[in-house]
Design a protein around this ligand. Structure first.
Ligand code: NAD
Ligand code: ZN
Length: 359
C-alpha cells in the first residue's frame, strides 16, 4: 500500500507576507464566528513582530516559553488555560516561532477536540478527531515542522510525536523576514536539522522518487546557504533556507529520518539537549553510517565557525544510559529506514551505548 498522506492546505511564501495574516484569518473568523489564539515564542515579547500580530477583540495571545522543548504537560496546561478562558472553542490556533512553538500550536489544536491528555496520543495515528484550524508561522528554518504530520513532545516516559493526518497545518505563512534576525548559532543548528533530514532520507531504505526529488533540492539549497554563502546573511539567502526546510520536510514526509534522529531524541529526553544541536552532536559521530554527509557537515561547521560541545555523556549514570537507549529504540521506523528490516541484528543496545559514549 502506498501512503496517502495529507499535506498543508494553504501556503503563502514571500518577503513581508506576514502582513497578509489579517486577511488570511478573515474567512476563518467569519466561518467559525469565534476568537483566535496566538501562541507566540516569548523571545518576541518586546520585538516589533509582537506589534504586527493582527489581534482582534476577544483574541488571546499566549506567550510560549521554549527554553525546554515542548512537553505533554506544557501542552495540557495551555489547553486548560484556553478552556478556562472561554467555554467556546477558539476559531483557530496560530503558532508563531521555531519548531517548538509551531509544535505547541499543533498539539493544542488537537487536544482541544480530543479527550484525555496529550501523552495518550504520542505515537502513530492515535488521534480520533480533527483539531481546530491551525496555522504555523516559522521564525527559524530547518525543522520542516511547517509541513510535517507530527508534533514532537517530551512525555512522561518518551520523546515521541503525535503523528497523524490531523496534525498537519491548515495554513503556513513563510516569510523570510521573520528568520532574518535569528542568532547565528541557532540558525545553524536548526538549518542542520534540515541538512540531516535530507542525508537520512536520501540514504534510507524507504526512499522513493518523491522523497528523492525534494531531498536533493533541499540538500542543494543547504549547500548554497551553509557552504557557498558561508556566514553571510541576507533576505535571498534566508529565502533559500526557508525553502530548504520546506523541501526537507516534504522529503521525510514520504520517507523517514534515520539513526541521527533516533539518537538525538534520547539526548533530548535525558539531557534536555535541543533538537538542532542534539542532531549536530549525534551526526558528528556517525561517519560509519553517513560518511559523505558527516564530512560535508564538518565543512559546514568550519565555514560557519561552529564548535560543538564535547564529552556531553561523560557523567551520565548507567540508569540514564539505559533510558537514552530505550528512547532511541522506540523509534523503530527510523532504524528500519536507516538499516533495513533486519536492523535489530546490527543495532544492539551495546552499539547504541558506544555511539552515545563518543558524543
Ligand atoms: P526552537 O523552536 O526550539 O527555538 C530555539 C530557540 O530559538 C528558542 O530559544 C527560541 O526562543 C529561539 N528563537 C526562535 N525564533 C527566533 C528568532 N527569529 N530570533 C531569535 N530567537 C529565536 O528551535 P527549532 O530548532 O526551530 O525547533 C526545535 C523543535 O522542533 C524541537 O522541539 C523539535 O523536537 C521540534 N521538531 C519538530 C519537527 C516536526 O516535524 N514537528 C521536526 C523537527 C523538529
Ligand atoms: Zn529533525
Amino acid at each position: 500500500m502506498f501512503r496517502n498522506f495529507k499535506m498543508v492546505s494553504r501556503v503563502v511564501f514571500g518577503r513581508g507576507c506576514f502582513q497578509q495574516l489579517r486577511d488570511i484569518l478573515h474567512p476563518v473568523r467569519n466561518k467559525t464566528g469565534s476568537f483566535m489564539i496566538f501562541i507566540v515564542d516569548d523571545v518576541f515579547k518586546s520585538s516589533p513582530l509582537n506589534r504586527k500580530i493582527p489581534l482582534h477583540d476577544g483574541d488571546t495571545m499566549l506567550w510560549a516559553n521554549v527554553d525546554e522543548e515542548p512537553t505533554t504537560r506544557y501542552v495540557d496546561t495551555l489547553v486548560d488555560k484556553i478552556r478556562f478562558f472561554s467555554q467556546n472553542l477558539p476559531g483557530g490556533i496560530i503558532g508563531i516561532g521555531g519548531g517548538s512553538t509551531m509544535d505547541l500550536a499543533k498539539a493544542v489544536s488537537l487536544m482541544l477536540t480530543n479527550q484525555g491528555f496529550s501523552a495518550d496520543y504520542q505515537g502513530w495515528d492515535l488521534v480520533n478527531h480533527p483539531g481546530i484550524y491551525h496555522a504555523g508561522i516559522p521564525t527559524l528554518a530547518g525543522t520542516g515542522t511547517e509541513v510535517s504530520r507530527t508534533t514532537v513532545l517530551c512525555g512522561p516516559d518518551k520523546k515521541l510525536g503525535i503523528n497523524s493526518d490531523h496534525t498537519v497545518f491548515d495554513q503556513i505563512v513563510l516569510d523570510p523576514e521573520l528568520i532574518m534576525d535569528a542568532p547565528s548559532d541557532q540558525r545553524f543548528y536548526t538549518g542542520m536539522d534540515c541538512y540531516i533530514h535530507c542525508v537520512e532520507s536520501l540514504a534510507g531504505t524507504f526512499l522513493n522518487t518523491f522523497s528523492k526529488s525534494y531531498g536533493e533540492k533541499a540538500l542543494q539549497l543547504c549547500r548554497e546557504v551553509f557552504l557557498e554563502h558561508g556566514s553571510k546573511r541576507g533576505i535571498e539567502i534566508e529565502e533559500k533556507l526557508m525553502m530548504a526546510s520546506y523541501c526537507g520536510g516534504m522529503s521525510i514526509a514520504y520517507s523517514q529520518v534515520g539513526i541521527c534522529h533516533a539518537l538525538s531524541y534520547g539526548l533530548s529526553f535525558v539531557l534536555g539537549i535541543h533538537h538542532g544541536i542534539g542532531n549536530c552532536i549525534a551526526f558528528n559521530v556517525l561517519d560509519e553510517y553517513y560518511p559523505e554527509g558527516v564530512a560535508e557537515f564538518r565543512k559546514m561547521m568550519d565555514t560557519n565557525q561552529i564548535r560543538l560541545p564535547e564529552n556531553i555523556t561523560a557523567d551520565i549514570t548507567p540508569e540514564n544510559f539505559e533510558k537514552m537507549i530505550n528512547v532511541a529504540l522506540v523509534l523503530e521506523p527510523l532504524w528500519e529506514n536507516a538499516l533495513g528490516k533486519k536492523w535489530k541484528n546490527t543495532m544492539t543496545r551495546e552499539k547504541i551505548k558506544e555511539l552515545y559514549q563518543r558524543m
